[in-house]
Design a protein around this ligand. Structure first.
Ligand SMILES: [Zn+2]
Length: 82
């Protein structure tokens, strides 16, 4: 999970230069869209779920998952965009 508290987060929170957006801001406030934080959190949850499922499969199957399945799952777990 991210360190950002999404219950209270708004884009440009704490901006002290009265900017209307990131392009005007000179004070270094965080203008990351809320959705980005939500999606990052979701990726973390899904990676853990996939990792748990893979471990269950390997334990159940004795590690006989096909190489292509393992390769695709590894890419997701490592965060590759390929
Ligand atoms: Zn600012």
């Amino acid at each position: 999970m991210s360190d950002t508290n999404l219950d209270t987060y708004t884009e440009g929170q704490g901006c002290t230069c009265y900017a209307y957006g990131e392009h005007e801001c000179g004070c270094g406030a965080d203008w990351t869209p809320r959705e980005v934080y939500e999606l990052r959190d979701e990726v973390t949850v899904l990676r853990k779920a996939l990792n748990d499922l893979l471990n269950d499969c390997i334990n159940f199957d004795g590690g006989t998952l096909t190489p292509i399945f393992m390769e695709n799952a590894s890419k997701v777990l490592l965060g590759s965009d390929e």
